[in-house]
Write a protein that binds this ligand. Sequence first.
Ligand code: MG
Length: 349
Amino acid sequence: MAKVILNHGAGGEIMQEFISKHIICHYPKVKTDVPLDSMDDSAVVDGIVFTTDGHTVKPLIFPGGDIGRLSVAGTVNDIAVMGAEPLALSCSLVLEAGLDLDIVDEVLRSVGETSRECGVPVVTGDTKVVEAGGVDEMIMVTSAIGRRTPLLDHNLRIASEYRKVDSKWTTDDNVRPGDVIIASGTVGDHGIAILSFREGYGFESVIESDVAPLNGMIAEAMKAGGITAMKDPTRGGIANTLNEWCSKSKVGLDITEKDIPLRQGVVSACEMLGLDPFSIGNEGKVIIACVPEMAEDVLRALRGNKYGRDAAIIGRAVESEVPRVVLRTEVGGRRILEPPAGDPVPRIC
Ligand code: MG
């Protein structure tokens, strides 16, 4: 009998295949603006942007955040990267009997604080308790709805002054040759902070999770305008995000390795542990594609926000027979950045 394995939930190619073959295939097909099988960050149904996330991070409280902040930020970010405004959240809890009530309070206080920070209220929820051992402490499931605002139309109108824009949203299939690729900051921080804290490697003293709601920063960038696609590089890291763009948009991506922002602590941890920082999950970063004419303006808008200070242009989209990510390495060579099989660090979100 085939069994579920950890990599079925690790955000890479193995998970994509698992979702296609064992999950989505059982659902009735519905025609919508952005359907389920586009596997984008959110769906769009009758103009309503809708997304959901289950969180199983271990431990519940980690350097730089906790499961509460992670849940709100992750769900809000999935709405925001569609170019939409997040409106409201739900929060469902599955708690293990015996969990310390102080921990419940700390985590839910953090849900409230993050909700206040990003201006997206929690308006509905559910609470279940299972017997000790039934779950590992807590699972938090958050969903959100969002809507289109004139800001997205403004942003896409500017993009369409320079080239034809096919999508009504900043979807994964909307990257075109010539688009500039921007990372909003250092990559790999979240996964390395959790791994290091959990395993006691010691890097957590210098590396904290980047977990943050990005709807405010993304709105500033859209005011500048010209953004064609956005994605939060969570599980599977930027390697996963960039490869998804390649295959869905049918373009090549030419990325300059030295331009990808990285903290020294993440570089050291990855070298020691034999990990690729580009396959490690982030929770407070966005990868942006935009028309080249607006790239400097978008970059400036990102850098003006506290969550985007390290934003950098990392490459551009190119015509390519084979849709793949080519990394120009520091020593002047080129290598293909493969889509990761899965995030090497489990239970980071
Ligand atoms: Mg996402």
